[in-house]
Design a protein around this ligand. Structure first.
Ligand code: OOG
Ligand code: MG
Length: 257
């Protein structure tokens, strides 16, 4: 493997592990293909420490996210076991640099995904769907990045909280989503903002993973992408996300030390 790829993967992995932001790379330092190789190399480092891949997440599937971050393309990254936070638990924000939360829906696959699938087939590959929240935490200063930077940084993936599973795929097309901090609404939108329908994220996930030469084993998680912009997390708060027809998911925040 190219030394620059390994070197950059090491910088990003260290930044995540130490919760210390690094400077953005000089534009043009690497292209998108190399960014995905850096991403994978950083995941290999986590795997070498005993973590394991658990699925993938899509990013920038909604206009709201693209506008907030100034990036215009769909991206994807890996989810790992250690990113999973127990629903209803307390998350220590000291582990992160500048964490934000997003309302999402999460799919659980029931068949191996080894190649592209179409929208009609998508539900057949799925075991269940759940309301979810993603905690993102860019390893770059001020949460500022190019498309290549954010891909190399595993698409800012940091944590996820998944609610109760159901098979209510019919509810997904235009479900209201909202996040409240201590009972006050901070974000509101609709699942229709996610590529027009969140099941399209499964189609895109299959296409992107296949193009990368990887497969998604049955039992994988697919995070569809945020329906709204992300909100900065604050300590000592109760964070709750409601997804119409699917239920809700919640966690608490503290900041130790
Ligand atoms: C990149 C991650 C985007 C989403 O759901 O759109 C993402 C970022 O905004 O830092 O997770
Ligand atoms: Mg997200």
């Amino acid at each position: 493997m190219n030394q620059t790829t390994e070197h950059i993967a090491g910088l990003l992995d260290d930044a995540a592990a130490k919760a210390q932001a690094i400077e953005q790379f000089v534009p043009g330092s690497f292209d998108l293909d190399q960014a995905y190789r850096i991403q994978r190399a950083s995941i290999e480092r986590r795997i070498a420490r005993g973590d394991g891949t658990r699925g993938i997440k899509l990013g920038f599937t909604s206009r709201a996210k693209m506008i907030q971050m100034g990036v215009n393309d769909l991206i994807w990254g890996w989810l790992t076991e250690r990113m999973l936070e127990e629903e209803g638990s307390t998350v220590d924000l000291a582990r992160y640099i500048h964490p934000r939360v997003e309302p999402e829906v999460c799919f659980l696959t029931r068949r191996d995904i080894t190649g592209p699938i179409n929208a009609l087939e998508a539900a057949d590959y799925l075991e269940a769907v759940a309301p979810a929240m993603e905690i993102i935490d860019s390893r770059y200063q001020n949460f500022k990045f190019t498309l290549e930077d954010v891909v190399a940084d595993n698409c800012s993936s940091a944590g996820l909280v998944v609610g109760a599973w159901s098979r209510r795929f019919d509810r997904l097309g235009n479900a209201g989503v909202s996040i409240a901090f201590n009972g006050r609404s901070v974000l509101a939108g609709s699942t229709a903002a996610i590529l027009g329908h969140p099941l399209r994220s499964v189609v895109q996930a299959a296409r992107l993973v296949a193009a990368s030469g990887h497969t998604l084993p049955a039992g994988s998680l697919i995070m569809a992408g945020a329906a709204t912009a992300a909100q900065e997390l604050v300590p000592d708060a109760h964070i709750r996300c409601d997804v119409g027809g699917l239920g809700h998911v919640e966690f608490f925040t503290v900041k130790k030390s």
